[in-house]
Design a protein around this ligand. Sequence first.
Ligand SMILES: [Zn+2]
Length: 369
Amino acid sequence: MPRNFALRVLFAVFVLSALPALGADSGHKVILLLIDGLRWQDVMRGADPTLMNKENGGVQDVNSLAKRFWREDPIERRAALMPFLWNVVARQGQVYGDRDVNSAMRVENTFHFSYPGYSEMIVGYADPRIDTNQPLPNPNVSVFEWLNTLNPYKNKVAVFGAWDVVRAIVNPVRSKLRVNVGVDPVDFGKKTATQELLNKLKKDVPAPWGTEPYDALTFYSALEYIKADKPRAVWITFGETDEFAHAGRYDQYLDAAYRTDNMLRTLWETLQSMPEYKDKTTLIFSVDHGRGFGLKDWTGHGASIPGADQTWLAILGPRTKPLGVRRNIPEGTTSMIAATVAASLGENWNKQEPKAARPIPDAVEEAAK
Ligand SMILES: [Zn+2]
């Protein structure tokens, strides 16, 4: 009888531990991509004619830039700058933050620069202690750190940041997340020939901004990891748009936005070609802050620059209705992104982190669980 009893207990423990996992895991995946400091004005209206010149935009070849990105019709103009966003995401998914149609997004933090914005996006709330871009370990737990503790996602969560401060923002000493930043070689996952080549390029190609490489190196490292290791949740951050804007180069800033859009397309098409990801992956694109809207202050951001709190977001995936550009909706915030990331997997970040903002209303359908 005691032996029988022990077996019964063991059986009950087995059933109880297996049931929630079977019921909860939908097999969904999510990729969050942060494009540093790309203004909603350029995304929603296309290239800005007041900056497409030498005086305000530092443009070197005005005619060639106009040929690439100027169209009289604003709908064609924005699609010339970001064709994947406007021809695919805006038709099959949703776009937030077009203030011209009463759809606003903003950061909740009061600083309007990168670390506070990056952190707000992944933890779900603004923390007034996060008031610097210095690489101090983030005291706050992110949605990615939490996902990595759950069975279906354990060691299937990764972070790729062009900016090396991203390492501190996800605090791998505590979070145990797989993280690759700047020009560091990718030191986790399968060692494929492509990943080894990318590691060599990061070492041997001069980095344009200290330890920050061009976005393509970060992007292809992440893409190769996704192809080889099939993670469930990935956060990728790009830096070029912010760097070129600070340098006052509107031409290079637009070219970076265009390249970013093309990498988003490559990512989406690659995912749709893989059975592990096809029709069960959500992509979310957003920014960490806005920038000024004037002829001079478009290059900068921060608490003293009007408009630097204004952001935007785009989302595409099987749980997102094709509502296109959202109009006449309540203001959204960057802090809503963390819970939206979880909701796209069918998980509830608000239950775990009561300080976090709720998911963006209507961005992701209520999960079936
Ligand atoms: Zn910046």
